[in-house]
Write a protein that binds this ligand. Structure first.
Ligand code: GLU
Length: 278
């Protein structure tokens, strides 16, 4: 009996120790000073898209994610922490970016994420780094030329889970049916296979798809403003201030414009002034 009590006691202390150790290892994000730990490690961990040409797209040849946001995050990292600092990239999608941030897997999200009042209840945003607008992508020659046609024809519009585009289009074209896919690669495949008459998201993302698929065009102008901000935990004010300062410096020293031109020069009619709006 005594032996049993002793082993039970040992087991209980082991359990207690495990609980204490794991609690120390996983400090909640709100209790961490992200900017301070990043300065010490000279690394910032960014959540980026890997399915979005021009912003963040996985190059299967070398396994690297490439795009405007990846380059901007790299430039921001060096501007904030010094030339020898490293930007680390973790793939996110429209639906995984928020939970990944909340779980502390990433320090910040730079992934075509619009700064909206709804999202500001959960996270803080940097100043705007890309000013997009929601639009439609259709097959060339389609009878759908704008969102009104989509509504009138009661068409099916494709979008991505976790994007605000699906909610916006449901409001603007209430007669249309919205089909939600997991990411933009799947949404484009669905458009090509005729599962919907149009794909909706931001014009910049749709331009990337039309560059890759010349049989498809962006149409109808923009119907909702989508200013992109870098999202971070609400308690990380030093990180947010440093990000905004670095962003202003990159705009002033010409790096921002250079990157915008590097990624969007192939897009016919791309409005640099509009995209660079703050
Ligand atoms: N900018 C929109 C959003 O934040 C659509 C693009 C995306 O899915 O990331 O939801």
């Amino acid at each position: 009996m005594k032996k049993l009590i002793r082993s039970l006691g040992l087991l209980l202390s082991l359990v207690a120790l495990t609980v204490i150790v794991s609690a120390c290892g996983s400090k909640p994000l709100s209790a961490r000073n992200v900017y301070q730990t990043d300065k010490q490690s000279k690394t910032i961990t960014w959540g980026v898209k890997a399915d979005t040409r021009l912003f963040g797209l996985l190059d299967t040849k070398d396994g690297k994610i490439k795009g405007f946001e990846v380059d901007l995050a790299t430039a921001l990292t060096k501007q904030m922490l010094g030339k020898d600092a490293k930007a680390k990239f973790i793939q996110v999608t429209s639906s995984t970016r928020m939970p990944m941030l909340k779980n502390g897997n990433i320090d910040a999200i730079i992934a075509t994420m619009t700064n909206t009042p709804e999202r500001r209840k959960q996270v803080a945003f940097s100043n705007t780094y890309f000013y997009a607008g929601q639009s439609l992508l259709v097959k060339r020659g389609s009878s759908i030329k704008n969102v009104k046609d989509l509504n009138r024809e009661k068409g099916t519009v494709l979008g991505v889970v976790g994007s605000d585009s699906v909610e916006n289009v449901a409001k603007v074209a209430p007669n249309a049916k919205v089909l939600q896919l997991t990411d933009y690669a799947q949404a484009m495949t669905a458009l090509k296979s005729g599962q919907g008459q149009a794909l909706t998201t931001d014009n910049g993302i749709l331009y990337g798809m039309s560059v890759q698929n010349p049989g498809y065009e962006v149409t109808g102008g923009t119907f909702v403003s989508e200013p992109y901000g870098i999202a971070m935990d609400k308690n990380q004010t030093p990180f947010r201030n440093a990000t905004n300062k670095a962003l202003t410096e990159l705009r002033q020293n010409g790096t921002y414009d250079k990157l915008l031109h590097k990624w969007f020069h192939n897009v016919k009619g791309f409005d640099y002034k509009e995209a660079a709006k703050e």
